[in-house]
Every structure is written in C-alpha cells, then in structure tokens.
Design a protein around this ligand. Structure first.
Ligand SMILES: [Zn+2]
Ligand SMILES: [Zn+2]
Length: 131
C-alpha cells in the first residue's frame, strides 16, 4: 500500500508548539496508508510524548481548504507488533492507536525512499565527485 499523499498547512498555534522542540515545518504530510479522505482523517505525527512509550501529539485533519477541519491530540501508540519468525526482528507500528488503513510496515513511502536513495547513492554534502 502506498502512503497517503495529503499535505496540509499547520495552524500557527501548532507551529508554535513545534518551535519548542526543533526546526518547525509549517506543513505536515499524512502518514497513513492511502485511504478515503471522507471517512478517515489524515494524520501526522507532531510532537513526542514525555517518554517514547507515552502518547504523542498527532495532528488530524479532514477535507480540503477552505472547509478543512483539524484537531491535535495526545494519542497512544498502535499496539501492533510485527515479528519476523525467520530473522527474529520485531517491528512496532509507528502510527497511533486505532489508525485507519494499514500498519506502518505495510505502507510504502515512495518519496521517502527516493530521498533516502539519493542520500545513499553519492549525493554527498561534501561534494565528492560522483563515480
Ligand atoms: Zn491521509
Ligand atoms: Zn498500527
């Protein structure tokens, strides 16, 4: 399943909230797998909780401009775990509890993969010559 492609501008109070932590981005991308924007809210991870286990702040929105409705809330993490029997690797779903669409390991992010691929294949910040 491909990742949902929804993007939205953050309201000023949410950008303000991010300013306390790191470099604020005025836009967020939906992190869910492709879904129906009518019945399922778009969702973007915003701010971590007090500990890695505690509920984090997520930004939810539905609809497009100018009728967009949005909210932000502390929500617990999805409890799903993927255990690979052959390798023993355990992956936790990095979405929130009761999210719509697929768990995070079933969501492919073509844009993220593209960016990661460019970093891996010689787009060195030092400007080394490409082979
Ligand atoms: Zn979405
Ligand atoms: Zn999940």
């Amino acid at each position: 399943m491909l990742q949902c492609t929804a993007v939205t501008a953050l309201p000023p109070e949410e950008v303000q909230r991010l300013r306390a932590s790191e470099e604020p981005e005025p836009y967020v991308l939906c992190e869910l797998g492709a879904h129906d924007g009518q019945d399922t809210e778009h969702a973007a991870y915003l701010v971590p909780g007090r500990t890695p286990e505690s509920p984090a702040v997520w930004f939810f929105w539905a609809g497009g401009e100018p009728e967009r409705v949005h909210r932000s809330a502390y929500v617990p993490w999805c409890p799903a775990i993927l255990r690979q029997v052959d390798t023993g690797v355990v992956r936790r779903c990095n979405l929130f509890d009761r999210h719509g669409a697929a768990h995070s390991w079933d969501v492919a992010d073509p844009l993220g993969d593209l960016v990661a691929g460019r970093i891996a294949f010689g787009d060195s910040p030092k400007g080394d010559p490409c082979p």
